[in-house]
Design a protein around this ligand. Structure first.
Ligand code: DNO
Length: 355
């Protein structure tokens, strides 16, 4: 595995100087952030990222994300233009040495939480999702300024309402068809320049605000991989996105999709699933802090030949750190060292077992 860390560019309070001191750090995961969704990234911006990262002794091999324009997900007539721009971005990042591109196909809202600084008993704060708070919001009617992390902040209140309204007649099957249309154009372009595409599961992995969500469980991931059945059409296994539903056996999925060679990127984090569908709280990475068995997941990846990129996902805020929710330095760095430890254990365990 290649250990990686997400960095939001020059504006990020967490610096490349900080990140390079985390043991075993290989790859920086980032993107061009100053271009509107659907537009082509300038070669200069991509080259600048590469240079900054390499000057700090790390590699620029993963992009998270090249976002998918809503008109592609909605299947609107101008989607071909946006898909062509998408393919051009793939070619441009490949030229700079990128090997893997993470993206998602969630209508309108990316990852959604209802509390950004939920206090935990040890004095840290974390991200949480309480279903009843989500159920109380109707983006079509709400007159509050809805902004939560992960949401595209460029929407005005009216803009958000209007894009949500366009999905009112969208069924899951229609969204599948639009995803297939996108993949049939994008995957051949990615293959040509050696990029592995890695779709991120929907977070949380169920419908919110009445919008369809389809990248949610094993059955749907099986269906997704068959849409274009080549290795470049793969997944980002996000343990927290899948693991917030008890229906998903994340270790089993890790084993299965790693053995198929279809996991190109892994987001590792732990969640505490609340009883009776009440939601979930994000927790420290350590298995005993949440509902997921992180060792079993890493072991499943390792023993099934996973050799892609892995990054610690969201961290809590600890030691008084302030910053981008989920993306501070300290708790993610603790997560990274824990992942190093789990991987070393899985490796040595397998070696001992085969002696
Ligand atoms: C959240 C992230 C997601 C992810 C996108 C991929 O922390 O994991 O925002 O980057 O869904 O497109």
């Amino acid at each position: 595995m290649k250990l990686s860390f997400r960095w939001y560019g020059q504006e990020d309070k967490v610096t490349l100087d900080n990140i390079r001191q985390i043991p075993g750090m290989h790859t920086i995961v980032t993107a061009v952030y100053d271009v509107a969704v659907g537009q082509v990234w300038s070669k200069e911006s991509i080259a600048r990222l590469k240079q900054q990262i390499e000057e700090n002794g790390m590699h620029f091999e993963v992009v998270e994300s090249i976002p998918v324009h809503e008109d592609i997900k909605l299947g609107k007539p101008d989607r071909d233009l946006y898909i062509e721009n998408y393919c051009e971005n793939i070619r441009r990042v490949a030229e700079a040495g990128v090997k893997c591109v993470c993206y998602n196909f969630m209508p309108v809202f990316d990852w959604t939480r209802t509390e950004l600084a939920h206090p935990l008993p040890d004095g840290s704060t974390t991200l949480a999702y309480y279903q009843e708070q989500v159920d109380a919001v109707n983006p079509l009617e709400s007159d509050s300024d809805l902004t939560l992390p992960g949401w595209d902040a460029s929407y005005s209140r009216e803009g958000l309402r209007s894009v949500v309204a366009q999905y009112q007649s969208m069924t899951e099957e229609k969204l599948w068809a639009n995803l297939q249309y996108f993949l049939e154009k994008v995957i051949p372009a990615a293959r040509e320049c050696g990029i592995n595409m890695a779709i991120h599961e929907d977070d949380p992995c169920w419908s919110i605000f009445g919008l369809p969500r389809i990248i949610t469980d094993e059955k749907n991931l099986d269906r997704f991989l068959k849409l274009v059945d080549v290795p470049n059409n793969g997944i980002t296994l996000c343990t927290g996105s899948l693991g917030c539903s008890c229906r998903n056996d994340v270790a089993k999925m890790a084993a299965k999709y790693a053995a198929m060679g279809r996991i190109h990127f892994v987001h590792m984090r732990n969640v505490a699933v609340l009883p009776d569908g009440k939601g979930f709280e994000e927790r420290a990475h350590l298995s005993s802090c949440g509902s997921l068995d992180m060792y079993e997941i890493i072991k499943a990846l390792h023993d099934n030949g996973f050799d892609g990129y892995i990054r610690p996902d969201h961290g809590r805020m600890i030691w008084g750190e302030t910053g981008r929710p989920g993306y501070g330095l300290y708790d993610r760095a603790l997560g990274a060292t824990y992942l190093n430890g789990l991987w070393e254990a899985a490796e040595k365990n397998k070696r001992t077992a085969s002696k």
